[in-house]
Design a protein around this ligand. Structure first.
Ligand code: C2O
Length: 540
């Protein structure tokens, strides 16, 4: 193993897209940002220098951060932000993971433009559990606003109204031609006939779950969230913000042919989604190409409400669970939690119709602290958080109540954490309340991967449903879609001491409070404690 050094200069960069220009926050002037490449077991040191007027912090999404919670990055959770003119070195070791992950800013809505890929290669000499691809390409899906993204968050947090939808989706920074800007170039993906490619696909969009598709080609899914899966073929990928998916693509057409690549919204919310499809082109290169003017084969896209396409994809996901890569699913459960997740309405005198939208887990709207929780935990600073997060909702009710029926939707504010002893086995049933809007919530847990042992529609039934849990080869990941009008059950082992954020990866919902955190105690053995903070840890 080796040490890999990176330098991330956070700077303002003037950028032209959709026929208009604006300054955006970038790392090293790039959008998407630079790719981090390392091998399993390497140590990565990234010096982040803040040259902008915003506070900054960067999260390495999906990296376990075993005992190195100080490098996890969510602002006010594991660190105070890096202030203008300051820097911080994120220092972590890649343990037991290989595949595609990504990094993004974890403060305000800066991650709209501050994000990039992380490629963790297997240890030297260790092959993939599938035929070695001829080449690998990173595909970062994003969203683009013509207006200032940091303004959107203010609108969203003021009275809980939805911010305006993005103006386009992007594929590696390019939207492709859209109706009001035809000169916008699309991303080009060159391939050679007969070769197999691996695409490392990342959904870095703020608020949109996406379908991804390449006309005329099947994709073989081999990995999600840096965990190998049982390979399966599909013509459409479903990918939520926060998730990553590796697919194999066999280039089986002739030199000169062109196929449309598309990323389009899976309509999970009836408001504020944009319906602009990002397009790119898969084009075949090679010798003796006489006809370069061949027409691009268009992709037929699933409709935005194609729940059946989404469900089929999700149901096909299984851990590889081979001898080399066993699925270590916890079979006993020490902490069985039921979390209702969804939007609610709180009374609000100054708001338009007397209520404001809030989001909550078990009726708690998480309030961001002013001191980083990990510091408060490590140094025993009082009055920053309480560890009384409820293990179940306040009172039972019918979660499949009709949309807009405001039963038990009020929330209370709090910086409340749930405490887990080291090595506890945890099951969380995430029940989508679907009370205000019927939509999916991609839930992300920091510090751990989890297994998705079950999912269903309607109300979770604690008697019947666990009997059908898959504890053999469930998909293992770090971000899971909690289905609209349904639930999902996840399991993990709390073997990573520290403070770990869990939240909906739709940025608008995080802003409204759809988040909470776990505090995991130190163990008693050697190597079971959080390491001390680095000397350059930012101060609040
Ligand atoms: Cu990718 Cu807490 O985020």
């Amino acid at each position: 193993s080796m040490i890999r050094h990176y330098k991330f200069n956070v700077v303002m960069t003037n950028t032209t897209k959709l026929c208009s220009s604006k300054p955006i926050v970038t790392v090293n002037g790039q959008f998407p940002g630079p790719t981090i490449v390392a091998r399993e077991e390497d140590t990565v040191l990234i010096k982040v220098v803040n040259h902008v007027n915003y506070n900054v912090s960067i999260h390495w999404h999906g990296i376990r951060q075993l005992r190195t919670g100080w490098a996890d990055g969510p602002a006010y959770i594991t660190q105070c932000p890096i202030q203008p003119g300051q820097s911080y070195i994120y220092n972590f070791t890649l343990t037991g993971q290989r595949g595609t992950l990504w990094w993004h800013a974890h403060i305000l809505w800066l991650r709209a433009t501050v994000h990039g890929a992380i490629v963790i290669l297997p240890k030297l000499g260790v092959p993939y559990p599938f035929p070695k691809p001829y080449k690998e390409k990173t595909i970062v899906l994003g969203e683009w606003w013509k207006s200032d993204v940091e303004q959107l968050i203010n609108d969203a947090s003021k009275d809980g109204t939805a911010p305006s939808a993005s103006d386009a989706h992007t594929i590696n920074g390019h939207s492709g031609p859209i109706s009001n800007c035809h000169s916008q170039q699309g991303y080009g993906l060159p391939v050679r006939p007969g070769k197999t490619y691996m695409l490392r696909i990342i959904n870095a969009a703020l608020n949109e779950e996406l379908f991804f598709k390449i006309a005329g080609h099947e994709l073989t899914v081999v990995e999600v969230d840096a965990v190998y899966t049982k390979p399966f073929k599909t013509d459409t990928i479903l990918i939520a913000p926060g998730q990553t998916t590796n697919v194999l693509l066999t280039a089986n057409a002739n030199a000169g042919s062109k196929y449309m690549v598309a990323a389009t919204t899976f309509m999970d919310a009836p408001i504020s989604f944009d319906n602009v499809t990002a397009t790119a082109t898969l084009h075949y290169i090679g010798h003796n190409v006489s006809v370069t003017s061949k027409k691009t084969v268009l992709a037929s896209l699933p409709p935005q409400n194609a729940t059946s396409v989404a469900t089929k994809f999700i149901k096909s996901l299984r851990s590889l669970n081979s001898r080399e890569y066993p699925a270590r699913v916890p079979t006993a459960v020490d902490h069985s939690l039921l979390f209702t997740v969804g939007l609610g309405a709180n009374p609000c005198r100054s708001c338009n119709n007397g209520v404001r939208l809030v989001a909550g887990i078990n009726n708690v709207t998480f309030t961001m602290p002013r001191t980083a929780l990990l510091q408060a935990h490590f140094f025993n600073i009082p009055h920053v958080f309480t560890d009384d997060f409820p293990a179940k909702p306040l009172s039972p009710y019918n979660y499949t109540a009709p949309v807009n029926q405001s039963v038990n939707a009020a929330t209370m504010k709090g910086t409340r954490l749930y405490r887990l002893p080291y090595n506890a086995t945890v099951q969380i049933v995430l029940q989508n309340t679907a009370m205000i809007l019927s939509e999916n919530h991609p839930f992300h847990l920091h510090g751990f991967n989890f297994f998705e042992v079950g999912r269903g529609l309607g109300n979770f039934d604690p008697e019947r449903d666990p009997k059908r849990f898959n504890v053999v080869d469930p998909v293992e990941r770090n971000t899971v879609g909690v289905p609209a009008g349904g639930w999902t059950a996840i399991r993990f082992i709390a073997d990573n001491p520290g403070v770990w954020f869990m939240h909906c990866h739709l940025e608008i919902h995080t802003t409204w409070g759809l988040k909470m955190a776990f505090v995991v105690d130190n163990g008693h053995g050697p190597d079971q404690s959080l390491l001390p903070p680095p000397a350059d840890l930012p101060k609040c």
